[in-house]
Design a protein around this ligand. Sequence first.
Ligand SMILES: *Cc1c(COP(=O)(O)O)cnc(C)c1O
Length: 392
Amino acid sequence: MFKLKRYYGGFGGVYIPELFIPILQELEENFLKAKKDKEFKKELHHLLKTYVGRPTPLTYAHRLSEVVGAKVYLKREDLAHTGAHKINNTIGQALLAKYMGRKRIIAETGAGQHGVATATAAAYLGLECEVFMGSEDVIRQRLNVLRMELLGAKVIPVEKGSGTLKDAINEALRDWAERVKDTYYLLGSVVGPHPYPAIVKYFQSIIGRETKAQIQKFERRNPDYVLACVGGGSNAMGIFSAFIKNRETKLVGVEAAGRGLNDLHSATLNRGEKGYLHGTNSLLLQDRWGQVKKVHSIAPGLDYPGVGPELSYLAESGRIIASSATDDEVIEAVKVLSQSEGIIPALESAHAVAYLLRESGRFKKNEIIVVNISGRGDKDMEVIMEALNEQS
Ligand SMILES: *Cc1c(COP(=O)(O)O)cnc(C)c1O
């Protein structure tokens, strides 16, 4: 039996072949035990502080605030080790794997960012690591393959299907079913079957707790807005989680409108319908026949056709506002943040900045806005350069 609630409104659940049910139950049981274990929590806190570099700062964006006409603060996940928020989750789950006595970690990766964050945590904790990656993605993301290998992980190219993320997930699941005794499957976002959305949210909620304490210190109150980009939804759930009960704080999830909402995009909360993907029930981009749609975003971490079940519920119930930004708006946002604050954001994070710039008319002078800068843009320089060249 599962102990935690598996559903968020009508979303969530465990929609996966039966042989995985006891495996997921065991995972939930150990997660609940670890969460209450003083030693586990002490070690997690220690690693976040001395390895990941937490707490990450909350930076007041002076010049951007003038442009926007409100008080803008940036939560600096770009300053976490490896340059993004993903490490919060991979360090947490790798520690959980160790707690469960597993010696080997497997993961799936699309653009390679989750693979790199997993390989990093595995190296630090001395765990064996294998990352499944679609063969097309292996070619497209050579640098991340190199990073993973340098970190001591084995990258397994998946030739099946279209050679992309969904095929990599299928292979990782197959491997897990065969080697569950010594293997931990480390999932990268608040998606997949229960208990993964709950586990990933737990490890990412440090972003929201820190933000809340930091803004209280600066402003003595909660923010009026919290903005975050949404791919699978882990950085958004991480920062939103501390504010969901504070009704006065508006929570905005910004998805990838890509080439436009009537063209190729990956704005699942905006345009998705209820469906099943990778073991869960959530909003999902589907065509007329219920087939998973082709998605696109200039940001490699946002082009996923699904989205977390809890975010699906929060959007449906109106607690969060689902918005989006196009590729062109995102490039402009990268430029503005770089030149006004000296911070080059990841293309993913720039979606939240793009919303801030486009919607600046709706903010009042004394309103406080926190933007989650989920990662840094160094990894995106080639794409940014190409886009800027096309413009000129
Ligand atoms: C992977 C990634 C994202 C998207 O993932 P979420 O689970 O939606 O947070 C966003 N920003 C950066 C920098 C990423 O690497």
